[in-house]
Design a protein around this ligand. Structure first.
Ligand code: HEC
Length: 104
């Protein structure tokens, strides 16, 4: 999980830079695709959830994340920087929401 999160952060950093000043946005589709896949892995790997009652919360947040990354990928492929940035910024608020509950 830790290693995966580091990759999430790395790929997000690349996207954050390009979304500030979109240029050849379509070429960054692969970065968004990595985040979709990592989001799926995050949903599947629930070992960080120590309290079974909190499983639905984990599932919801990780699902929201990879679905958002899928939408991000679509917007990036379409070259729509404005839409991509708004999806990206909203999804990144989910990082701290989830960390607040599940990261020790
Ligand atoms: C569904 C819950 C969830 C979401 C969403 C999530 N994280 Fe995490 N994250 C965790 C958990 C749990 C850990 C602790 C696991 C560990 O470090 O072994 C963690 C750890 C990390 C770490 C490890 C280093 C540290 O500071 O502890 C980084 C970096 C990180 N997350 C980045 C991100 C970023 C960036 C996003 C959003 C793009 C994100 N995470 C979204 C659950 C989540």
């Amino acid at each position: 999980m830790h290693r995966m999160m580091e990759e999430l952060e790395l790929q997000s950093g690349t996207l954050r830079r390009v979304l500030k000043r979109p240029r050849r946005l379509e070429t960054y589709s692969q970065n968004a695709a990595v985040l979709v896949v990592l989001g799926l892995a995050m949903e599947a790997d629930t070992h960080e959830v120590k309290d079974p009652a909190k499983l639905p919360q984990w599932t919801t947040w990780s699902k929201e994340y990879h679905q958002a990354m899928s939408g991000l990928n679509t917007a990036i492929k379409a070259g729509d920087g404005t839409k991509a940035k708004s999806i990206f910024d909203a999804a990144n608020e989910g990082c701290s929401t989830c960390h607040g509950v599940f990261r020790n």
